[in-house]
Ligand binder design. Structure first.
Ligand code: ZN
Length: 159
């Protein structure tokens, strides 16, 4: 069957940036399983996978806007160390998951200057075009429960 909205799709992928560096890959492990049409994966990849079927292999390069977004200077801000209550050593390069209602939800510490901490709320892959080598290894209809939850059950499910 073909990939449409509300199908459970299994893919193997290798993700590289424009410098040719490998960022992530499933090929040594389990495939990624996701619910198509719900924004479980980046928009550009959903578009590229639509109507494909099992056994298809292809490469696609996705511009930043359809991947993790353009890099935004507005996402860089200076905050007080008090924001990091409970963390003894705030260090450059640390990443946090923020309960933010905007941005990627990942915050990276850029600089630490006394009590002033500069953070970057851009996704670590923001502003980058991403190239995927894809192999589709499974497509099945999602169950009613999966569709209503907006994610796939089974492998990788957290309930
Ligand atoms: Zn669920």
């Amino acid at each position: 069957m073909q990939i449409t909205d509300n199908t459970a799709v299994s893919i193997h992928y290798t993700l590289t940036n424009d410098a040719g560096e490998e960022i992530d890959s499933t090929t040594e492990g389990e495939p990624l399983v996701y619910l198509h049409g719900t924004g479980n994966i980046i928009l550009g990849l959903e578009k590229a996978l639509y109507n494909r079927s099992v056994g298809d292999k292809f490469n696609v390069r996705i511009e930043a806007a359809d991947a993790y977004g353009e890099f935004s200077d507005d996402m860089i801000q200076v905050v007080s160390r008090a924001m990091f209550e409970g963390i003894d050593n705030v260090e450059v390069g640390m990443q946090f998951h923020a309960a933010a209602n905007s941005g990627s939800g990942v915050i990276t510490v850029l600089t630490v200057d006394g009590d002033d901490i500069t953070i970057d709320g851009n996704h670590p892959l923001a502003g980058q075009a991403l190239s995927f080598a894809i192999e589709i290894v499974g497509v099945r209809p999602a169950t009613k429960e999966e569709s209503s939850h907006g994610h796939i059950h089974g492998e990788g499910c957290n309930h």
